[in-house]
Design a protein around this ligand. Structure first.
Ligand code: WTA
Length: 651
């Protein structure tokens, strides 16, 4: 019987140190760790001074009302000025801020000077509608430049934006608008998705029927499709284009709210995660510069996240702009009009830094490496991953096929709640292990602990906690302070519990093991779904795997695996037998799946995370028998319906 909070089963010996050339030119050196260790708050003070403050702060951190933090008290700054104006003032107005590529192939380059004009006009437009500092503005847009402009315009006037992912339903939109009591919705007619216009405005029309706080709806014209029109609606081009091109920005307190972003978690109503101004901008800027090694004069940076997710906030908009990056923004999906679209874009724009999610990487693995091989991707120099644990074999594939064996990979662990990257390699310093996020960044304090909050030590598995406050931490859940304390700070006194399992390997590197709600209990052994999934993905026929623990009379729970095979591999009994043995061989007989089902797809959240909860329901409630494929397509159809109609599963 094991007493580990979570078992440490897998073993990884491979490690990839940065090349001497990369290390020599890197923004971050090992000295950063020493500096932060000597005096953490002085370190953050220094990072904050990289921004332009109108009034300096007098207190770096006030933690006396823990877990409610005040960072940079007394300081005042304007986020939009930091992201746009100061670069124009410094003579970089002609630099491209965003290369925009629409899904149909239309393009638009926006320089920092042009962005300043757009943001100023939009800020004037919002003020003309009576939007004031502190008011909430809902943004429901696809990946088009106006999305970033709308966010920056809100930040410029101190309005609090709440971006709602464009794939969410009218009901999800309504509940979020209602919770935040938004006064304005910014939307558009529709976006382009998989070769077709996808309407957005009808969901807004439906939602605002029941949200009396909304006074106006500002509508960007993107697709030109027909829209219903009410007296509440105003075209963006009518209102914004007519505004003066300059706007006098006012500085706001460091703790002025910047945005709310809803995240649903496992149960209950979505949580409105609240982020504020000075600390948030400090940490997204610091992490973006050091984790991606951004060189503003030469890099072309592409984060593929949608602005509806926190990654889109921190690493499409605020971090890159504060660092004067040139970014690529792409409207569509990776398979439109062909499966090589992303790599075509990398070639076309000479993208040098690519930041994406494991779900995308595993999809490309499934499609096959001959697709990226058709494009010249020699411009790439840093690769990033976020959102889920990346299986070691997916990491290796990313490194070899996309990165040409030369690019450091930064596997970045963080959350909507943390606001910015917390655990990640530094690309010019860390010898990275495939599948590990490695260690806490300089200035961040993380630990892996057991049920009694004792550090597990190297080789042990347990719960990931953050032991010290950090600048971009959430400041609460909108309107629900008790829920904030209860959700994140109640399990162990003084520790922020992130909800993730993790282990430390023998060298002390951190390996994320997935959400602790997903941990399986097999004959008293607490086994992470991630380790079994990674063992499956390490077999050459498997592209993707999802593992759940299903009730079992003898072992408590039994391991049930759902796998997607690589293109061209035929399913069959021998494959299932092979895979079961492979897992036993890779991580031990205890982890051998009771059952393996070959499936054509997996249920995922809209941000691409596998929904194991749904699979658990299937594994427990349905008589799936001994079959090696989910022959009954209604099962997957059922998963599909669950995904689109159950509002509780919308993140
Ligand atoms: C998971 C996304 C392993 C984790 C920025 C976390 C990861 C949740 C990683 C937050 C990673 C994110 N390795 N797991 N590199 N990055 N996660 O709020 O479970 O959408 O708690 O923020 O994603 O998801 P969220």
């Amino acid at each position: 019987m094991s007493h580990d909070a979570i078992e440490n089963l897998s073993h990884e010996d491979r490690a990839f140190a940065p090349s001497a050339e990369f290390a020599a030119q890197a923004n971050a050196t090992a000295a950063l760790y020493d500096e932060a260790a000597v005096d953490r708050l002085a370190f953050w003070d220094k990072q904050a001074r990289e921004l332009q403050w109108e009034t300096p702060w007098h207190t770096t951190l006030d933690w006396s009302k823990a877990p409610f933090a005040t960072w940079f008290d007394g300081g005042k700054l304007n986020v939009a000025v930091n992201c746009v104006d100061r670069h124009v003032a410094a003579g970089h107005g002609d630099q491209v801020a965003y290369h925009f590529e629409g899904e149909p192939g239309d393009t638009r380059d926006i320089t920092y000077s042009e962005l300043l004009v757009e943001v100023s006009k939009a800020a004037n437009a919002l003020e003309s509608l009576g939007v004031k500092a502190g008011d909430r503005v809902a943004i429901y847009l696809p990946m088009i430049p106006e999305a970033a402009v709308a966010m920056l315009a809100c930040a410029r006037i101190g309005a609090v934006h709440s971006v709602i992912f464009g794939g969410f339903s009218a009901e999800a939109l309504r509940s979020r608008i209602d919770d935040a009591q938004a006064v304005l919705v910014i939307t558009c007619d529709g976006g382009n998705r998989k070769g077709k216009p996808m309407a957005l405005k009808p969901a807004v029309d439906e939602a605002v029927l029941q949200t009396p706080t909304v006074k106006d709806v500002l509508v960007v014209r993107r697709t030109g499709q027909d829209v219903e029109w009410t007296e509440r609606d105003i075209w963006w081009h009518d209102l914004v284009d007519a505004q003066p091109e300059t706007h006098e920005a006012q500085a706001f307190d460091a703790e002025h709210p910047l945005f709310i972003l809803y995240t649903s978690g496992t149960t209950g109503k979505p949580k409105g995660i609240l982020h504020t101004t000075g600390g948030y901008l400090t940490q997204v800027t610091y992490t973006h510069r050091n984790v991606f090694d951004l060189k503003p004069d030469t890099d072309v940076y592409w984060c593929t996240a949608d602005i509806g997710w926190v990654t889109g906030h921190s690493y499409v908009v605020y971090g890159p702009l504060a660092n004067r990056a040139t970014s690529l923004m792409y409207e569509g999906t990776p398979d439109s009009p062909h499966n090589g679209r992303w790599w075509e874009l990398v070639e076309k724009y000479r993208v040098s830094i690519l930041y994406t999610a494991p779900t995308a990487i595993r999809t490309f693995m499934k499609w096959g490496e001959d697709i990226p091989a058709r494009f010249d991707m020699s411009s790439l120099r840093v690769l990033g991953s976020v959102g889920e644990p990346i299986n070691p074999e997916a990491w290796m594939w990313y490194r070899r096929v996309i990165g040409g064996d030369r690019c450091p990979i930064v596997d970045t662990w963080w959350q909507t709640e943390t606001g910015a990257i917390m655990i990640s390699p530094l690309p010019g310093v860390t010898a990275t292990k495939p599948g590990s996020a490695m260690g806490a960044l300089p200035g961040i304090c993380a630990e892996v602990v057991d049920d009694e909050a004792h550090p597990v030590g190297n080789g042990g598995g347990g719960y990931l906690v953050l032991t010290e406050p950090w600048p971009s931490m959430l400041r609460g859940i909108w309107g629900e302070n008790d829920r904030y304390v209860e959700t994140y700070w109640s399990r162990w006194k003084g520790l922020y519990f992130a909800g993730d399992g993790a282990k430390l390997d023998d060298d002390g590197a951190i390996w994320l093991l997935g959400r602790v709600d997903d941990v399986m209990n097999i004959s008293g052994h607490r086994i992470s779904t991630t380790e079994v999934e990674s063992a499956l993905v390490s077999h050459p026929v498997v592209a993707e795997a999802a593992v759940v623990g299903a009730a079992d009379d003898t072992t408590g729970q039994g391991i049930v695996a759902f796998v997607i095979l690589r293109e061209g591999v035929e399913p069959g009994d021998h494959i299932v037998a092979d895979l079961r043995n492979h897992v036993a061989h890779e991580i031990g007989p205890i982890a051998k799946p009771r059952q393996i089902l070959v499936v054509p797809e997996l249920p995922k959240t809209r941000s691409g995370k596998i929904m194991r909860r749904l699979l658990r329901d299937i594994a427990e409630n349905r008589d799936i028998g001994d079959t090696t494929t989910l022959a009954d397509p209604t099962i997957m159809a059922l998963i599909g319906t669950g995904l689109t109609t159950n509002p509780g599963t919308e993140d």
